[in-house]
Write a protein that binds this ligand. Structure first.
Ligand SMILES: Cc1ncc(COP(=O)(O)O)c(C=O)c1O
Length: 410
């Protein structure tokens, strides 16, 4: 598998050292990845040369229009969408999902049902629960002790009142990848909408909306080397049919009709640069942008998976550690490994790792119900290690050593 870690030279933050002169190990990617020079440069270039509002009769405004159009086109290629008008932007995924849920809620009747899951980040649960006050019934898919969706119960939650299923592509807490093709078929069988939270998956593997055919799919550019921008894909016609909240002069059709206020133009320049950075990790630069992205995402998946497997095996050999989520040798899994250490809170463990220059997250990462179901709330939830293409095999060995010392009480 191709070693992608050479790309780390493009990330200025990775040159930071601990007080002891060792490089920091960034395993905090699930909370937001590091950013390459090209993205930083594109944002800086926007403010240096192009800064203006849109739809003006002068050069910087026209360039801003062009930058926004380019970002929509690049995200289309990133997600495999062939449809103009399918890509909307917003402050972040959570805000877009709330705007969407309010608009969809206005089209539903009391007694209509929405299915959410106990595995999901709350940003794909709370926006739907918020519709309960309109008489919408929320059905919840339980999780198994393995950190996977209980598919038997899932299938039984469908009824002729099911109007929408909101499900994550991959768990940001334990790395589970959900069987979206099966779930998509179930939604088709009852004619319900299918909404996918792809925030955690987007940095780690290919997305092809033209094959999966979600009605809506959301992701967030700061998880894939870009700035803080939320992204919404809507299948053709879906957004046009919704009464979104908007000011009266706002364009009343997709993709603009859910974009409240002025977009973050500089960040959108960064989104394009992030996608082009990803594309540069392909083996075959002769293809079009979509082909390059697809090749790159396969490389990223393979490289991260190899590191994740070594990390998983190394952590599993530490007797004090319990790892959650599906085994890493299973093909379909995000490279996100979470665990608890017997006798220590996850906060303590994360702090000790942080003091030794290994940057990891602890807590529930807003996958609150999962952490409750796993019975580890009192321990402070999970310690989470997330991989990125800029991580190296050496970093994984150093991390296993440091976690071993910490687990042994050091
Ligand atoms: C799986 C998942 N969904 C949604 C979100 C929320 O994304 P945003 O911060 O863009 O609102 C996150 C953020 O961590 C996430 O991991």
């Amino acid at each position: 598998m191709k070693d992608l870690s050479v790309c780390r030279q493009q990330f200025p933050s990775l040159y930071r050292m601990t007080e002891n002169g060792e490089p920091l190990i960034y395993l905090d990617g699930p909370g937001g990845s590091q950013v390459p020079y090209s993205v930083i440069g594109a944002i800086s270039e926007y403010y240096t040369r192009h800064n203006a509002n849109t739809h003006g009769q002068f050069v910087t405004s026209q360039e801003s229009d062009q930058i926004i159009a380019q970002a929509r086109s690049d995200v289309k290629a990133f997600l495999g969408s062939g449809a103009d008008g399918s890509i909307s932007f917003g402050q972040n995924m959570t805000t877009l999902n709330f705007l969407l849920s309010q608009a969809i809620g206005a089209t539903l009747q009391p007694g209509d049902e929405i299915i959410v899951t106990d595995l999901d980040h709350d940003s794909n649960v709370a926006p739907w629960i918020a519709l309960e006050n309109r008489g919408i019934i929320i059905r919840r898919v339980p999780v198994t002790v393995a950190g996977t969706l209980n598919l038997d119960e899932f299938e039984h939650l469908f009824s002729n009142r099911t109007r929408l299923v909101a499900v994550g592509w991959a768990s940001n807490a334990v790395g589970t990848v959900n069987p979206l093709d099966t779930i998509r078929q179930w939604t088709k069988d009852v004619g319900s909408l299918f909404l996918v939270d792809a925030v955690h998956w987007a940095p780690h593997g290919p997305i092809d909306v033209s094959r999966l055919q979600p009605d809506f799919l959301l992701c967030s550019a700061y998880k894939f080397f870009g700035p803080h921008i939320g992204i919404l894909y809507s299948a053709p016609g879906r957004l046009d049919a919704l009464p979104t909240l908007r000011v009266r002069p706002q364009v009343p059709v997709a993709p603009e009709k859910i974009e409240t206020g002025t977009l973050n133009h500089a960040a959108l320049a960064g989104v394009s640069a992030a996608i082009r950075f990803i594309a540069s990790l392909t083996d075959d630069p002769t293809g079009d942008l979509r082909e390059q992205i697809h090749g790159a995402m396969q490389n990223i998946y393979g490289y991260e998976h190899k590191l994740a497997k070594r990390l998983y095996d190394g952590l599993r050999a530490i007797p004090e550690i319990t790892i959650y989520g599906p085994p890493v040798n299973q093909a379909d899994r995000a490279p996100t490994i979470s665990f608890t250490v017997h006798g220590q809170s996850s906060e303590q463990v994360a702090r000790k790792l942080g003091q030794r220059g290994v940057l990891v997250w602890d807590g529930d990462f807003y996958a609150m119900t999962l952490v409750d179901q796993l019975g580890i709330r009192d321990q402070g939830g999970l310690v989470r290690l997330g991989l990125a293409p800029y991580n190296t095999a050496e970093e994984i060995e150093r991390t296993i050593n440091v976690v071993t010392e910490v687990a042994h009480g050091a």
